[in-house]
Design a binder for this molecule. Sequence first.
Ligand SMILES: *Cc1c(COP(=O)(O)O)cnc(C)c1O
Length: 376
Amino acid sequence: MKPIPFNKPFMTGRELAYMQDAVDSGKISGNGTYTRKCQHFFEETYGFRKCLLTTSCTDALEMCALLSGVGPGDEVIVPSYTFVSSALAFVRQGAKIVFADSCPDNPNIDVTKLEPLVSPKTRVLVVVHYAGVACDMDKVMEFAGRHGLLVVEDAAQAIDSRYKGRPLGGIGHLAAFSFHETKNVIAGEGGMLVVNDGRFVHRAEILWEKGTNRAEFFRGEVNKYGWVDTGSSFLPSELNAAFLWAQLECLDRIQDKRKLLWETYRDRLSTLEARGCFRMPDIPEYATNNAHMFYLVCRSIEERTALIARLKENGVLAVFHYLSLHSSPYYKDRHDGRALPCCDRFADCLVRLPMYYELLPEDVDRICSIIKEFFN
Ligand SMILES: *Cc1c(COP(=O)(O)O)cnc(C)c1O
């Protein structure tokens, strides 16, 4: 019985050749040819205003926090069902996090419940497109506009996905993508900041280059460069960018294969869902599916634990996902005590099934047979 891992990073075959090319070019630090190729790819393909590769999505979120200008005394609304980094970046700047609940039928932030969370101190709204499925962005932008909030899209999982035809990561004022090895397109570790609001373009470049105006200098726009602001070394080396470029060249192939696997799961498991055994991801009318993840929402934590154990006995690694951030050891004493029941339910009941390029439709059949036996 062949073990089936939860994830397996996919190599397209060109990664080493492009990394070798970067080495041969004699320039392997950041902001070189491959970095610019990758950034242009996103700007051209999706119409993002300005893209800057970063060493991780966490770094890109930290840049968002710096650009937002939040500090002690400010509040930031963040969904509780997300990865630590969505909140951490703003906590580091001294802001207070006001955690929001998920929708009843999917893990994205429930925009209809945000009104009571706003105070005169609220500055930023972070939304996460969970599993690459869009939040209801018209409602998000309308709400944020009404309260004068900056919108940051945590689009870590959302490459090549859309809301009413508009690419995710291109709607909020700022957005962050991840190329961590668990995402659809990878660079080992890697990420990208997207600046859609022109007010932030200039400062983003400076923060990216350790607080210097080096990028302008290399474009010949200023005749010397120096220390002009705060920042860090957010840019990745050309070796990572070369690796990422090989992946981006194969984006369509990667997406097609993942969507095929996703549809196979949905097809094989739909009768069990109809019987009420679990819920499968629901793709709203306004969203597309980028097949980042296939998950089930079980009826109870006990049933989920038993299902994960049954799959494991049969060599299949399925995993749960986020623990509610509002009750995490780091934040529980700072949380205002509101219950976030939908978030807690996804923390307890959601299980992710194996999903990676080299997974075969036969593997999906085998996984689904184990699940069927479990529920019968
Ligand atoms: C993966 C992920 C991150 C972190 O990405 P890194 O590139 O590992 O920093 C942040 N937010 C969400 C929603 C993610 O899925």
